[in-house]
Design a protein around this ligand. Sequence first.
Ligand code: MN
Length: 258
Amino acid sequence: MHILVTNDDGVTAPGLLALARALRQVATVTVVAPDRNWSASGHVKTMHRPLRVWPTQIADGFPALATDGAPSDCVALAILGLVESPIEAVVSGINPHANLGHDVTYSGTVTAAMEAAISGLPGLAVSLDSPEGHPGPLDYTAAAEVAARLTRQILARPMPRGLLLNLNVPYGPLEAMRGIALTRQGLRVYRDALVRRDDPRGRPYYWIGGEAPTGVGEPDTDIGAVAAGMVSITPLQLDLTAHELLPEIERWGLGLGI
Ligand code: MN
């Protein structure tokens, strides 16, 4: 089996190193990752400039390819022929922060897995629910182990086409985890605030800042699960149609004179 490993924090990120090391116990691993941090870049397709690729290594000396493209570009490049031997699954991460609720459309980690789903391959996004303001380097050991075990399960069965899994792992040792929850997306509560300042030449610039997001911790959601110390697995698909609202919109009678 052959897995593509990528991330949105860049090819030098410790989360990518931990993930690649753990997945090498499961399958053949190819690493194609961005040369810089693309966190919160959303689902990108680079169309208006060329993409460059060059060989590099991750910190343990394992070979990797770095690109100046986004995480989703890395997946597209690899699947479209940059990587010669066929890829059977794409695993993205490990992101140093959780990707919960609405985060999934912002997240480069998750949108890399979305790109896999578009190409008909199973995608897995892996994020660590690290504590806010954690001092020193994060320990990715447990999250990497959970990701490896889940990847083994994914590779062992035919996955429905178009499905990706969003895995969020609580921070701490494996023994401290309170089990696995299959979840739906919860409701993220963003506390964004616009910061306006003047640059050294007196011209204004803007920065979207504010406090870290919180969320509504309903127990069957990703937010509720990680808050309860559980590993959260949310199955996602790219069909964003508001299926439940279709009958209501139908009643609007939108003839539009056409
Ligand atoms: Mn990130």
